[in-house]
Design a binder for this molecule. Sequence first.
Ligand code: HEC
Length: 132
Amino acid sequence: MKTNRKWLAAIVLAVAGVAAYSAVGLFGGAGAVAPPTSVQIAFADDASPADAALAEIYDRACRACHSVDGSGAPLTGHMADWQARETLRGGMQALLRSTRQGYRDMPAMGLCNDCSDDEFLGLIAFMKTGGA
Ligand code: HEC
């Protein structure tokens, strides 16, 4: 019996640990990165995808929020923020899911209802590096 209790205590602790870790990830994680520098802010103001079709979508949908410092959206080219999000959510497919479903102040489909998954992935790749 004693051994069982020990196991139970270990499991309870492990579950509590995972819960605490996820709470940090959800509520503090991505916000804990250093804010963008003035160079990054100026870059985001101008940057546009090289691909013309993606640039057209970026301009009409994502740019309004993702190029503006202080909008609450991760800035285009602010790699530390994007990297933290990619790690926390579990990769590009998870970021794609956030885009499709919306995430907190991020509207579902990023205001591009006719966008395909490939287009979203291209836009996210561009925003997270500023160079796609
Ligand atoms: C109306 C403003 C707005 C528009 C338009 C917008 N976003 Fe966002 N986006 C946000 C905000 C705000 C966040 C941060 C949400 C948070 O973490 O609270 C965000 C976060 C994201 C994230 C990270 C989600 C995560 O899980 O951390 C991705 C990916 C993203 N946006 C993709 C896009 C794409 C692609 C477009 C254009 C098709 C787009 N967004 C258009 C406001 C916007």
